[in-house]
Design a protein around this ligand. Structure first.
Ligand SMILES: Cc1cc2nc3c(=O)[nH]c(=O)nc-3n(C[C@H](O)[C@H](O)[C@H](O)COP(=O)(O)OP(=O)(O)OC[C@H]3O[C@@H](n4cnc5c(N)ncnc54)[C@H](O)[C@@H]3O)c2cc1C
Length: 472
């Protein structure tokens, strides 16, 4: 049932889920289908978390629907519905535009192999060996080797090849050349298995369908309900408080930021000092900026591809990517075909850059506004090089920064992809510290993105089930 934010809750739930991101939503559905009584509390006025959208003028802007791996079809079919899975379609045209190469790809092993051999002139044998290794990587593999080392060992001195192989993944999960190679390998091979996919109908439709499915499966959902505390007594989770009111539950699954869950919602004093020492070493993943651009009603733009990796930088470097003056950005193009069910669906373009929270948080109000305007201007200048004359067709622009991300999702430092890899272990071991407390959602680089977050929701739902079975 969709509860009103002022409804008084007196019943005790099997599980209270804090946050309706893809991890929380998928866990809620899985647990509810198994007959558990679930309450999903979301602080925003709609579920989805990063999987969200907003309206400006006549435009609908998708925030994080740039592309995900084919695995999402199976996950949606198994844990959501056939109707949702059937709306997932392939994006066929990804493009790279940078000083080293300009090319188009469908982002599959076959196409990448052909480009590595025929354009980059790498030996077939070396390419095959590389794919054999990355396509078989798993979480338990050696975590010492970095992405940079992995690429250097296969393609020594070939900065162009390194860039070709890692650039999309840097945007897809914040993984850098310095991160462990598994964080790249697992996500890269997920994409490479069959290319890049999207949801036909847009983010608004998938989240609407998910919400309907949850209500059908008897999940209670309360929006505009920010959890202030997770209540723990004698190391056992008792429930949560919202606006000072206590809601009892046998277990709590937090889909909020891992660090925020531990320090703000539970409190450091409820954990063993050794555990807190480890938590303090967990690094957040980087954040990002977006520029949203709406095309005037009646104007058209030709199909120039779905996703463009654009950069004017001669060398691919983490510092350049994160700098406020970076020239490296992605452009996602949304054509009316994304929303065939709407008679008047228009065109929108969303540009993304990686960013550091620290660069934005200390600006004065005026500086902040000015920097956002500069970001919009730099984005338009780049876009005009790809689509000459586009500026005249745009009637709406808006910039979002790491501060925007923090405000809407409560992610510490506006982190776009949760934590770096060390966060996964902490997230999985939360229940060893406090009985009945679990976490799901972007962590460890691997468990992020639409697919990673949804799958991690499933993984953690099994943990919650096994706890409920033991304690009942
Ligand atoms: C700009 C951007 C673009 C992206 N593009 C892509 C893409 O193209 N493809 C892809 O696969 N991934 C993309 N991602 C990443 C992907 O969207 C996320 O990894 C994924 O959606 C995160 O899901 P999650 O389960 O971690 O929950 P989140 O999305 O982080 O949601 C957490 C939810 O918890 C709620 N919450 C937090 N604290 C509380 C509280 N105390 N009380 C109540 N509610 C609370 C928040 O409001 C939020 O709704 C992108 C991310 C960003 C930022």
């Amino acid at each position: 049932m969709l509860l009103n934010k002022n409804d008084k809750i007196t019943q005790k739930y099997d599980v209270v889920i804090i946050g309706g991101g893809l991890g929380g939503l998928t866990a809620a559905n899985k647990l509810a289908k198994n007959g558990r009584k679930i309450l999903l509390l979301e602080s925003h006025d709609k579920p989805g978390g990063f999987a969200t959208w907003f309206y400006r003028k006549k435009h609908i802007f998708d925030v994080s629907l740039h592309g995900f791996p084919v695995g999402m079809v199976k996950t949606c079919r198994k844990y959501w519905s056939k109707e949702i899975a059937d709306k997932i379609i392939q994006l066929k045209r990804m493009r790279f535009i940078n000083p080293l190469y300009q090319m188009e790809t469908d982002y599959t092993v076959e196409d990448f192999t052909s480009k590595l051999v025929n354009y980059f002139k790498v030996s077939q044998e070396q390419v095959d060996k590389f794919f054999e290794l990355v396509m078989n990587m798993n979480y338990y593999d050696n975590k010492e080797m970095t992405n940079g080392e992995l690429l250097e060992s296969f393609f020594p001195g070939r900065k162009d090849v390194h860039r070709f192989l890692i650039e999309p993944i840097v945007y897809a999960n914040g993984s850098t050349l310095e991160d462990p190679a598994i964080t790249y390998g697992i996500v890269f091979s997920n994409f490479m298995s069959k290319g890049v996919y999207t949801f036909q109908g847009g983010t608004d439709l998938i989240i609407k369908m998910m919400q309907e499915e949850l209500l059908k499966n008897d999940v209670d959902i309360r929006l505009k309900s920010k959890v202030d505390k997770i209540v723990v007594e004698n190391n056992i989770c008792q429930g949560v408080t919202v606006g000072g009111n206590f809601i009892a539950s046998k277990s709590v699954l937090s889909n909020g930021n891992l660090i925020g869950t531990i320090f703000n919602l539970v409190g450091e004093d409820k954990f063993k000092p050794e555990f807190i020492e480890k938590v303090k070493k967990v690094r957040l993943n980087t954040s990002s900026c977006q520029v949203y651009m709406g095309i005037k009603e009646g104007e058209k733009i030709e199909d120039i591809g779905d996703l463009i990796f654009y950069s004017e930088a001669k060398e691919f470097k983490t510092d350049e990517l994160l700098s406020m003056n970076t020239t490296s950005r992605t452009f996602s193009l949304y054509y009316p075909r994304l929303r065939p069910h709407l008679a008047n669906a228009g065109y929108t373009i969303v540009a993304s850059t990686n960013a550091r929270y620290e660069n934005w948080v200390n600006l004065s109000r005026e500086e902040y506004k000015a920097r956002k305007q500069e970001l919009i201007e730099a984005t338009l200048v780049s876009l005009e090089k790809i689509i000459p004359g586009i500026r005249k067709k745009i009637d709406y622009t808006e910039a979002a920064t790491p501060l925007t991300i923090k405000r809407y999702t409560h992610h510490e430092k506006g982190s776009s992809f949760g934590t770096k890899h060390e966060g996964l272990d902490i997230s999985m071991k939360l229940q060893n510290e406090i009985s009945g407390l679990f976490h799901t959602g972007s962590v460890g680089i691997i468990m992020s993105g639409w697919l990673g977050a949804a799958n991690y929701g499933v993984i953690q739902s099994y943990e919650v089930e096994s706890y409920l079975d033991k304690t009942n």
